[in-house]
Write a protein that binds this ligand. Structure first.
Ligand code: OGA
Ligand code: MN
Length: 283
């Protein structure tokens, strides 16, 4: 495979042309793909045609496939659309319903910025999302760079966040923040260093970062509100407009993602795999 890599915005996202993700890349190609992912935070490969097995094999380039995050007691009929072989691993992101119930997860509407599984001790490393049916308009996935956001902080704010820890939590099944106690949470460094690149990332998101340890509530809320606005500054964002056949891989350590609203009458179906990471390393 001969790859050509084009940046999509100054800070985040690159499109890679020349990848056929249904085939196993040779060692040099695999390295080039993973390096582009590490450098750009999100890689986009258009025009793919993938079975579950092929997507799972490609996802394996970015780590070990993870179990789905869904708490067992919350499992619904919803995942019967999934093939048995990957029942523990794959997740359909879709608004398609059978007998009135969504056949997958995260069905409707817009979604606040977050990174996947950050409320666990071991957050997701990569998420590999493949578009099967996509709306004509809306339902874009937005990505913000946490490394660019960290670099762009003024020195005073860097001094405030450096060395801090924050509670990352999640209310199962929600796309917007709630004020009650999260179902799952874990305290992680607010600034983490990425071992492969040495870059520092501001590890926070509007949906999941609940509070900063060692600060009183008002102080923590005010600083977090300022950090969320900074991270979501349009200059750090890539907005992905989905087409069927799009394959995206994002790094949950160096990017956060959210979703724009879309017409509930339109069908949206994406297939997701994720890989496990390591405990975030304080910067
Ligand atoms: C996800 C997710 C956003 C989208 O799959 O983790 O946040 O655009 N999806 O559906
Ligand atoms: Mn997500």
């Amino acid at each position: 495979m001969t790859l050509s890599i084009t940046k999509l915005t100054p800070h985040v996202g690159a499109e890679i042309a020349g990848v056929d993700a249904s085939r196993e890349p040779d060692g040099a190609t695999a390295k080039a793909i993973v390096d582009a992912w590490l450098e750009h935070g999100v890689i986009v490969m258009r025009g793919q045609d993938l079975t579950d097995d092929q997507q799972a094999a490609f996802a394996g380039l970015f780590g070990t496939l993870t179990e789905r995050s869904r708490p067992v007691e919350k499992r619904n009929e919803g995942n019967r659309g999934e093939p048995d072989a990957y029942a523990g691993y794959t997740m359909l992101v879709t608004n398609i319903r059978k007998d009135g119930k969504p056949i997958g997860s995260l069905p409707d509407g817009d979604m606040m910025f977050h990174a996947d599984l950050v409320y666990r001790e071991i957050p997701s490393r990569a998420t590999i999302l493949y578009g099967i049916e996509t709306p004509k308009a809306g339902g874009d996935t937005l990505f913000a760079s946490l490394t660019a956001a960290y670099e762009a902080l003024d020195d005073e704010t860097k001094a405030l966040v450096d060395g801090k820890y924050a509670k990352q939590g999640y209310h199962y099944g929600i796309t917007h923040r709630e004020d009650n106690e999260p179902l799952q949470s874990y305290v992680h460094p607010l600034v983490q260093v990425i071992p492969e690149t040495g870059k520092k990332a501001l590890f926070a998101s509007r949906l999941m970062t609940m509070s900063i340890e060692g600060m009183d509530e008002a102080e923590s809320d005010a600083l977090l509100a300022r950090l969320f606005d900074h991270i979501e500054d349009p200059r750090f964002i890539y907005a992905h407009k989905w087409r069927p056949g799009d394959l995206l891989v994002w790094d949950n350590r160096t990017t956060v993602h959210g979703r724009t609203d879309f017409d509930p009458k339109e069908r949206r179906l994406l297939r997701r795999f994720a890989t496990t990471g390591a405990r975030p390393i304080p910067a």
